[in-house]
Design a protein around this ligand. Structure first.
Ligand SMILES: [Mg+2]
Length: 263
């Protein structure tokens, strides 16, 4: 790590009350494992995060998982969780949908019910994710897969939802912009830190990096730090757009330890 970044971390550790620590979870706090259900955050990282949450303005995990699922993985009540593409937040044990998305909750549920009634009997799997819904059709015939796609597209359009078709999955969500960048902005607006850092390892984390930069350019934040976690599968931008690059979850642990002012 270069001297400037080290000095910055030491300085934040001395004045933690005005700084926000924002982090991705999978691949950043928990090593990537073949099945997402088996991912785990180490006891040492939990201990560090708990300590940081006691002194910093806010510590938040921002994840593609549902907020409750993110909490199950980190298992700390002291931190805030933004989940599901930034559509929902878990704070003090309660999941809230961000206000702009809330009017679409019933519409998502209506599509979900329709998919359960019509597509589950055909073998598709309907995954309820709260404010979004996914229909998985990898394990059914091409013909039934087409029917799944058509139903989600047709109903999504009727209900005013945004539909995305992925590999073997059709997803419907509210038609508003929500990503890790919008989550970063919401946290900064709510907790009003003057400094914020974000740690991440993957493509969706670049939205958070870029939003931090915008907040600094706007003068909302005085100092920012983008910390990229190097891995074989991660995009090259996670290193090239970072101020500091670290190696894997162990590298993240080292950064968090420096932020505790133990060193
Ligand atoms: Mg990740």
């Amino acid at each position: 790590m270069d001297e400037k970044a080290l000095e910055q971390l030491r300085d934040w550790a001395r004045n933690p009350g005005s700084a926000a620590i924002l982090t991705d979870i999978d691949g950043t706090l928990a090593p990537i494992v073949p099945t997402p259900d088996a991912a785990e955050v180490s006891g040492e990282l939990q201990r560090l995060l708990r300590r940081l949450s006691g002194t910093y303005r806010v510590v938040a995990g921002i994840s593609g998982r549902a907020a409750l699922d993110a909490f199950r993985l980190v298992r700390l009540k002291e931190i805030v969780y933004y989940g599901n593409h930034g559509f929902e937040v878990l704070r003090d044990g309660e999941v809230e949908v961000v206000p702009e998305a809330a009017p679409y909750k019933e519409k998502v549920e209506e599509l979900e019910q329709r998919a359960r009634d019509e597509l589950e009997p055909l073998g598709a799997f309907v995954e309820e994710k709260g404010i979004t819904v996914s229909v998985h059709y990898r394990n059914v015939s091409l013909e039934i897969g087409e029917r799944c796609k058509r139903l989600v597209e047709r109903e999504g359009e009727r209900l005013g939802l945004r539909v995305t078709i992925g590999r073997g999955v059709a997803e419907a969500r509210p038609p508003i912009k929500a990503d890790k960048g919008t989550a970063v902005r919401k946290i900064v607006e709510e907790y009003e830190p003057t400094k914020a850092l974000f740690i991440g390892d993957d493509t969706t984390d670049l939205d958070a990096f870029r939003e931090l930069e915008r907040l600094r350019e706007e003068g909302v934040l005085r100092e920012t730090l983008r910390i990229g976690v190097k891995s074989d599968e991660g995009p090259p931008e996670i290193v090239s757009e970072a101020d500091v690059a670290v190696d894997g979850v162990e590298g993240v642990e080292e950064v968090l330890r420096m932020l505790t002012d133990d060193s």
